[in-house]
Design a protein around this ligand. Sequence first.
Ligand code: AHR
Length: 501
Amino acid sequence: MQTRVTLHRDFVTSIIDGRLYSAFLEHMGRAIYGGIYEPGHPQADANGFRQDVLKMVRELAPPLVRYPGGNFVSAYNWEDGIGPREERPVRLDLAWHSRESNQIGIHEFADWCEQAGIEMMLAVNLGSRGIDEARNFLEYVNHPGGSAWSDERIKNGRKDPWNVRLWCLGNEMDGPWQIGHKTAAEYGHLANETGKALKAYDRSLELVACGSSNPGMASYPEWEATVLDHCYETVDYISLHMYFTNHEDQLGDYLAIAEQLDRYIVSIAGVIDYIKAKKRTRHQVHICFDEWNVWYHSVQQDRRVLEGTEWNFAPPILEDVYNVEDALLIGCVLNTFIRRSDRVRIACMAQLVNVIAPIMTETGGDAWRQTIFYPLMFASRYGRGKALQLAVDGPTYQTRELDDVPCLDISAVHDEEGGFVTLFAVNRHQKEALDLNVALHGFENARLVEHQCLNHPQMKAINTASQPDQVRPIAGDGVGVEEGALKGNLAPLSYHMIRLS
Ligand code: AHR
């Protein structure tokens, strides 16, 4: 099936913000305890941080990690996680029906981020708490010294402030499940007042207001309009969340979810533009897509824990095991973010280790890469630079909800400094290969540097501790550059990373 794509060196959508490939770690399940931190594990260092996990995190190279929640943050006291560890309280985590030992707090997490080479994005609790907690936490984290909270940090062993630039004003405040859930007007007011307090300390901070938990929320998109009406001038981002499911096992529909994601982004971009016009301001708010991933494999089995009566430490919840289908969808989602990178500046795959994550561990055992690890790794490594606009002319298919879903999902990034153009492509056709022809305007002399391909005869294939490499990328063949065009064949249901120089 013939598919023609045209790209041009000068047709640039945006300069991609590297934070498009960020991560999220929440105090829940085995993300922190048993994930990044497992004292006594053979791979753990003196601080208890698993070096095998850190190695894989470095391969993904996320520039930023959101912490400490998620739903967890809406009843979290950050002060529980500071001071001598043996004196820290054990608390009940109402969001995830578990017990929290507070053995990891801001100091330990910041140490882990330093080892991993990742910047922190911190969320404040606007569920059970408010402005005071947020301003105190900021003072503790960012002020050099000579004030009560900054001196407390120094007393606790950290002289230099961490100087965190990006702060989330709560989490999913539109969700009735959230501790301290609010109406849009209540939350918009609180976000504005909290944001004003944080920016009174430092005008250069970047603040994220909560948008919708998903586009199916009854309050969407009125939520964003009302919230931004209250806090547009105070904040820099509105957050969006979306989790993808395939409960009905309909592969064509599943892979087309990226089109719905695209509509979601475009709609919220429209709301931002509307409020910007209404305020008659030059200030530009962007989208921070700070939770996204596939989440459905583990939902049924987690009911036992989440609706049960036990309060365990780090119960294994949300441990989705990902297959090849999921990896293809993740490729399409990342392509959507790249194509919309003029509006979406930051995106965090939720989450990073064990909890709906690209990296899995066995407590006391090995760590391995899930199928979804690879498209994220390639995008993070090679998807930095200028996002190029593409014209695509090829076959389409229909789903139960959408007409004209392109079989080829593709994005391209020009790394001008390094001298590379990278294409990320997914063939969503279930039976036919795509006969690709990409006209490379402005890159006529480019040559193929690398082609990595992810496809597998079994779409339900997964990686496990005993078979960690069952699904992994292999060097692709069948594509090459001839006469100023990239030509080749993309197998049905396959993902490709193609680098030209
Ligand atoms: O990432 C898991 C959970 O999903 C987060 O805690 C919450 O914000 C979202 O509903």
